[in-house]
Design a binder for this molecule. Structure first.
Ligand SMILES: Nc1ncnc2c1ncn2[C@@H]1O[C@H](COP(=O)(O)OP(=O)(O)OP(=O)(O)O)[C@@H](O)[C@H]1O
Ligand SMILES: [Mg+2]
Length: 231
């Protein structure tokens, strides 16, 4: 029953977009609940206008007082739970992390964003100190160019690698289709290619992202199983 949380103290880095893309991809094969823990409720608002995939449900009105219960209830009902949070470093992030099997830290390619991603990683380290449990995580580079790799991006990527920070191989590219899911209130697959340029490429990109997330969840589970066997 994996729970995946999207966190970052910085607003606008692509948490909600990545969370919804992942949820929609997972929903093609398994039941998934999105816990929309952002007080602005972007995914809940999307879901009210959308024809929801059968496998996808959205839970809103989540705050730090009830998030642990909401995640527990969701995990009892669907095999996948995805938590979207607002851009903050508040206590609710620590609570969400405590329930997560994988934390994804979306980040855009600037030095300032890299510093903010560092703050998110600190929250994970703090959580590990408090609980003795390290939560697997990865930085997801978002809104990158599908064509060119900028010098800044190259510099940031090598900085992350040198610091031993796990970075997803898949990057979510800057794509009109990733905005269109919100404006048309549809999943990528339901969008019309006449309305959205490069929809096919966006779909491939989202699929690659979901495949990599599932692979990382598997690795995390195997690592936990090995530890338990050794104990
Ligand atoms: N890969 C992408 N391609 C194109 N546009 C994107 C992409 N990712 C995010 N955006 C756009 O960037 C803006 C911010 O994205 P999003 O809402 O996903 O960020 P967020 O981290 O959830 O923000 P907040 O912290 O405010 O919740 C939105 O307008 C969204 O449509
Ligand atoms: Mg958001």
């Amino acid at each position: 029953m994996p729970t995946v949380a999207f966190i970052s103290p910085k607003g606008g880095v692509g948490k909600t977009t990545a969370a919804l893309l992942l949820a929609s991809e997972v929903a093609r094969g398994a039941k998934v609940t999105v816990i929309d823990a952002d007080p602005n409720h972007p995914i809940h608002a999307w879901s009210r206008g959308a024809t929801l995939p059968e496998n996808l449900s959205v839970v809103a009105n989540v705050d730090e007082d009830n998030i642990l219960d909401r995640v527990e209830e969701a995990a009892a009902q669907t095999p996948f739970v995805i938590v979207d949070l607002e851009g903050t470093a508040a206590k609710i992030v620590l609570l969400a992390v405590s329930q997560a099997d994988l934390v994804i830290i979306p980040m855009q390619g600037s030095q300032l964003d890299a510093e903010q991603a560092g703050r998110a990683i600190k929250v994970l380290k703090q959580h590990e100190k408090m609980t003795g449990r390290a939560v697997p995580f990865g930085v997801l580079l978002t809104r990158t160019s599908p064509i060119i790799r900028t010098r800044t991006m190259g510099h940031i990527q090598s900085g992350l690698n040198d610091a031993g920070v796990p970075v997803f191989t898949t990057q979510l590219h800057e794509r009109e289709a990733f905005r269109a899911i919100f404006s048309f209130q549809k999943t990528l697959e339901d969008l019309d290619e006449k309305d959205v340029p490069n929809l096919d490429k966006a779909i491939v990109n989202a699929e690659q992202f979901a495949v990599e997330v599932i692979e990382r969840l598997r690795q995390g589970r195997n690592a936990t199983a090995t530890k338990t066997e050794m104990a």
